[in-house]
Design a protein around this ligand. Sequence first.
Ligand code: HEC
Ligand code: HEC
Ligand code: HEC
Ligand code: HEC
Ligand code: HEC
Ligand code: HEC
Length: 420
Amino acid sequence: MKKRLPVPVTFLTLLVLTLTFHHLSFAQTIPTDPAVISAGEALFNGNCKSCHRVKQKLVGPALAGVETRVPSIEWIYGWVRNPAKVIASGDAYAVKIYEEYNKSQMTAFTSYTDEQILSILAYVKAEAEKPDAPAPGTTTTAEGGGQAGVPAGYLNAILIGMIVILVLLLIILTLIINALKKYLDQKDLAEEDKELVHSKYTLGSVFRSPGFVFLIVFLVASITFKNVIDGLYSIGVQQNYQPKQPIAFSHKIHAGQYEIECNYCHTGALKGKQANIPSANICMNCHTQIQQGTNTGTGEIAKIYAAIGYDPTTGSYTGKQKPIEWVRIHNLPDLAYFNHAQHANVGGIQCQTCHGPIQEMEVVKQYSLLTMGWCIDCHRKTDVNTKGNAYYDKLLELHNSKKAMKVEDIGGLECAKCHY
Ligand code: HEC
Ligand code: HEC
Ligand code: HEC
Ligand code: HEC
Ligand code: HEC
Ligand code: HEC
C-alpha cells in the first residue's frame, strides 16, 4: 500500500508553490530599484514617448499594466526588438493590437537588451502606480491672478446678491412708510404734524441738489480721463489679442495634456529668428492615426486632411493642397528686430515668460505687451545667462567682476540692437 500525503498537506504545498511562482513571475521580473527605474525613464522619454504615454492612449496604447495584458514578459522583448516580425508570425495578440491601432507600424528597437526593455517596464509600472496629479488647468485662479483664490464668478455673485438685498430693503422701507402714513392719516393730527407727514422728499429735489450734481460731474470726468489715458498708452498695443483660428487647434490638449514639446512644432524657436508655425506635415505625424478628437469629433481634423490633400479612407494623398491660414497673433512692427534663438536658447528664457501659460490655453492669446518698454524693462532686470558660455566667462574676467551681468551691460539698451 502506497503512503499518501494527507490531502491538506498537498493542498498547502501546492498553494505555497503557486504563490511563490506567482511572486517570482511578477514582482521579481519587474524591478523596483530606483536606479533601474530612472534608466528606464530616460529610455522611455527618448524613444517611446513620441507614441506612448503611461496612462493615456496616444499613437500606441497606454502602457500602464501592459505586463498583465500581453502573453508574457518575453513576448514584450521580442515585440520591442521587432514588432513587424511578431505580427508576421501570426501571433494572435500582436495581430489583434495591430488591427486595433489601424495597422500603424511601431518602430523596431533591434539593439535593445532584455535589461533595457525591463527597465522601461519598471519605469512604466512605477509611473502607473503613482496617484493621478490634477489635470493641467484645474487649478486656475481668477483672470489676472490678482485675487488669491477667490474666483471672479463668486465676486460677481456676491455683488449681485448684495444689490438684490438692497433693492428688497428699499421696497420694504417704502411699504412701511406708506403703512405708517395711512395709519397717521386716520388719527386726528394737528395741522403742523399733518404737513410733516405729507411733506414730499421728491426724487427731483435730490437730483437738483448741488452735492449730487458735483458727484455726477466728478465721476463722469474721472472715467473719461482714465479711458483717454488708457487709450493713449495702448495705441498699437494688442495685449490679449485672441483671434479665432481656422482650425480649433488646442495648446491645452497638445502642449498641456499630451506634453508635446514646443520645439516639436515651433521648430525655429531654439535655432533662428522666427519660432515658425508648424506646417500640416507635422500635424500628420500623429493625425494619420488620430482621426477623431474627443471634443470636436472628425470635423476639425478633416480640415488638416483638406489642407494637405489626404484621403483618410484610402490613406493616400490626392495632391490637392490648400494651406491652413492661421491668423498671426504676435506681431512686432517692421522697425523692431527680435530673435527667438537669442532669447530662448542663448538666454535660456522659458517660452512662458513671454507667452504666458500657453499649455493651458484652448485658444492662444497675446500675453505680453510687446512694447519697447516691455523689452527694455526685462533687459534692465534680467541677468545674462552665462552658464557654460566661454565667451561670457572671458567677459566677466575682463570686467573683473563677480557680480552677475544684466542684459543692459552687454548692450541690451542700445537702439541699434533692436532697430534696423
Ligand atoms: C512610432 C510610434 C511608436 C514608438 C516610437 C513606440 N511604439 Fe510601441 N506601439 C506603437 C503602436 C502603434 C502599437 C500598437 C500596435 C501596432 O499598431 O503595431 C504599439 C504597441 C506597443 C506594445 C504593446 C502594447 C499593448 O498594450 O499590447 C508595447 C509593449 C510597446 N508598444 C512598447 C514600446 C516601447 C517600450 C517603446 C520604446 C522603446 C515603443 N513601444 C515605441 C507605436 C510605437
Ligand atoms: C502640436 C503642435 C504645437 C505644439 C506642441 C505647440 N504649438 Fe504653439 N502653435 C501651433 C499652431 C498650429 C499655432 C497656430 C494656431 C494658433 O495660434 O493656435 C501655434 C501658435 C502659437 C503661438 C502664437 C503664434 C502667433 O501667431 O503669434 C505661440 C506664442 C505658441 N504657439 C507658443 C507655443 C508654446 C510656448 C508651446 C509649448 C508650451 C507650443 N506653442 C506648443 C502648434 C503647436
Ligand atoms: C505628437 C502628436 C500630435 C501632433 C504632432 C499633432 N497632434 Fe493634434 N492631437 C493629438 C492628440 C493625442 C489629440 C487628442 C485626441 C483625442 O481627443 O483623444 C489631438 C487632437 C487634435 C484635435 C482635436 C481636439 C479635440 O479633442 O477635438 C485637433 C483639431 C488637432 N489635434 C489638430 C492638430 C493640428 C492642426 C496639428 C498640427 C499643427 C496637430 N494636431 C498636431 C496629437 C498630435
Ligand atoms: C523674450 C521673449 C520671448 C520668448 C522667451 C519667446 N518668445 Fe515667441 N515671440 C516673442 C515676440 C516678441 C514675438 C513676436 C515676434 C515678431 O513679430 O517678430 C514672438 C512670436 C512667436 C511666435 C509667432 C511666429 C514667429 O515665428 O514669430 C511663435 C510661434 C512663438 N513666438 C513661439 C515661441 C516659443 C515656442 C518659445 C519658446 C521656445 C518662445 N516663443 C519664446 C517673444 C518671446
Ligand atoms: C524676459 C526678458 C526679456 C524680454 C521680455 C526681452 N528680452 Fe531681449 N534679451 C533678454 C536676455 C536675457 C538677453 C541676453 C541673451 C544673451 O545671453 O545673449 C537678451 C538679448 C537681446 C538682444 C541682444 C543684445 C546684445 O547686446 O547682444 C536683443 C537685440 C534683444 N534682446 C531684443 C529684444 C527685443 C526687441 C525685445 C522685445 C520685443 C526683447 N529683447 C525682450 C531678455 C529679454
Ligand atoms: C530692447 C529692444 C529695444 C531697444 C534697445 C530700443 N528699442 Fe525702440 N522699440 C522697440 C520695439 C519692440 C518697438 C515697437 C514697440 C511697439 O510696437 O509698441 C520700439 C519702438 C520704437 C519707437 C516707436 C516707433 C513707432 O512706430 O511708434 C521709437 C521712436 C523707438 N523705438 C526709438 C528707440 C530709440 C531712440 C532707442 C535708443 C535709445 C530705442 N528705440 C531702443 C525695441 C527697442
